[in-house]
Ligand binder design. Sequence first.
Ligand code: B3K
Ligand code: ZN
Length: 874
Amino acid sequence: MTTTARTNPPPTIRREDYRPPAFLVDEVDLHLALHPAATRVKARLDLRRNPAAEPATALELDGEALKLVSLRLDGAALPPERVRPRADGGLSIDGVPDRFVLESEVEISPEANSELSGLYLSGGNYFTQCEAEGFRRITFFPDRPDVMARYTTTIEADRAACPVLLSNGNPDGAGDLPDGRHWARWVDPHPKPSYLFAVVAGDLVAVRDSFTTRSGREVALAIWVRQGDEDACGHAMDSLKRSMAWDEETYGLEYDLDVFNIAAVSDFNMGAMENKGLNVFNTKYILARPETATDADYEGIETVVSHEYFHNWTGNRVTCRDWFQLSLKEGLTVFRDQHFTADQGSAAVKRLADVRRLRAAQFPEDAGPMAHPVRPDSYVEINNFYTATVYQKGAEVVRMMRALVGEAGFRKGMDLYIARHDNQAVTIEDFAQAMQDASGVDLTRFRRWYAQAGTPELRVRDSFDAATGRYTLTLSQSTPPTPGQPEKLPVPIPVRMGLIGADGAERPGAGVLLLEEAEQDFTFEGLEAKPVPSLLRGFSAPVKLSGLSLEQLGFLARHDTDPFVRWDSGQQYAVAEMLRLVEDFRAQRPLDLPEGLAASIAALLDRAMDDPAFTAEALTLPSEDFVSDQMPVADPEAVHAVRQFLRAAIGTRFAGRFAVLHAELADHGPYRIDGAAMGRRALRNACLSYLGQAEGGEGLRRAEAQFNTGGNMTDVLAALRVLADSDSPAREAALAGFHGRWKQHDLVLDKWFAIQAMSARADTLQQVKALVGHLDFDLRNPNRVRALIGAFAAGNPSQFHHASGEGYRFLADSVIALDAVNTQVAARMVGPLGQWKRQDARRGALMRAELARILERPGLSKGTFEKVSKSLAA
Ligand code: B3K
Ligand code: ZN
């Protein structure tokens, strides 16, 4: 922990201030002597002046929480007057020659490292996390991604405590040392930025496999886990091998080392990390058995394993010049993992899930106090910018680019990008330029998507001239202002579309319209009658569409050939009805199930088995947050009441059909994780969820039975969720039984915490507060914090926004406590309080008061400071 009293605001780093590094590092030779309290790190750096940089007098080295033991330049100890300690923990070294060798030795304490950045201990094993700026917590170094070096790493440790010693690259020798210690050396032949450095050491076992690249090279694959978890790595390994094959087939990209290691760790700030040749993973994205992991967990594993693997080329071989370019690797790699998963099974259902996520996380971010472009212009703490905008919107921007240059043009663009920039640290501009040069498509205006924050609003009007058979679509766009960007320019919006006749059949005219101006007309000739426009097929652009009538939405939900538009029109239709019911609720009028909505549920159930996964998605009502986002001022209580009312009314109206489906879809035979089996479980549990709300209690009895007999975690958890929301006497027994059964399994226990934190019951906050005091709760474990505090604040709007303001107070207290333990996790938790502008004046004031209380804390970290102060300023 490195916090000092914050008398002055921490500095803002600006993109326009970028300067090339004054010195480059060619070779790094590291030696780590591991010890829990006092690890010694020796670094030998081959440095030379960067010919492309302005001449500098001093060498700047970053450092943080390092105890300097010795420092030598070309073999001679440096006199103290040439070494100036910087306020941020770094060093400035004066009077250095053009080319020299710098040798340093520092001491660090892995066991004192609760930040989980740099070298730390988890369950007695050593792990590192260096992105974005953790390498400076291991040794003094110009810790910036445009300094790329070749690394040789020697690790030494106690053989009994740490039989396994891993680092980047290929193994290059190992041996014994006196006093029960041993060593291993790793050589990484590929130059890399320091953020991709990794060491893992401890008592882990390997699950091994191998992959033969298409040029015939054999790669040894290993997943390193704690003893006892070997049986839970199959899905991760399978996902890895499929990813390796896919990248060869789709982009011609082969793996480039002899080994590929993955190590799993329980204490991790995020999902996983793409360190060269040694990925480090949160156990959540590796371990899965049918009885401990849900289908969503299996999907998450495939996503994250493929994502980290794909970084080997998009991120590692070609990396970022500076952190403003983060989306260069993240947006592109998310696009690649989405494409991969779509190719593995149902592309349509995958797209719905991705869009749902974009709307749930990125649209609110774009409309909130932290709104920033995909390529940000400034930051205080870069870790605050690993956001839905950089990742998810960044992926949408790549997807649109592909729509503009075409599939073949995109592949050529990727080839050129990698050929041009292999082993370089480059910019988003370089990527766009490669796409433009390879495809011949001018992307000048398109680059605005990288520079401008905010979600564009796309409006549609249409008219039909019966005399001439001419149909005109008028599309217009505008983007609301965001902090620091009051004026917005139009962006090129690819609108994939079709026209549907009254008979439900497609009319000629389908294609992609490119809306480049604030408003444009598009005309279609030769139509006998006015069609219904199907717009944004496949969600061809990350925008908010409006202007279609309720009738048109209902029609598209039933007839469109594009599954995305069918699903989305159904969701928009439901939102419109829910907003009407919110008005009824506020006026204390009785609520009724809208007949149009009932009819669309009936229509879905008639074709339920055509595509069970799609049906499950379409049956699910828009989330409370999504509905609130469509209101001028949110009303979490009313939205919650309406959604609960509808779930109960639909559950009751269609109880018979839900019950039949629920019974028919029961899993017999062995558990399978293919798309078809997952789709059946999703639909079955969507039915159970409705039945759980239905009158008569039959659903709760079914849930209890499913909880007791369910053979897999997907079914057990779906049943427990129903019980946890209820007042059923079975509730307490189920929760206690679940805890008793799984108390040794961290990842399952996380689910137990999350389910209680997300319960719709009125006593949820009291329960959550009690759970903070539970023996199994641990503020130092990020998964546990996310499962309890994160799930409550971000996943339970009606309880978090409880009129008393107690939810806000609880979150602020949690942020304050966390900031003293793990500043990255603390800063991430601030988000929900930043949405105060969306709430009514009373709630808004309560939220601001809590933000202000956090800001008053002495010694607040710069990351939490940035989130809180920006939230208050907006
Ligand atoms: N690159 C890492 C994220 C690092 C986050 C640092 N705060 C995982 C990923 O996106 O693949
Ligand atoms: Zn990534």
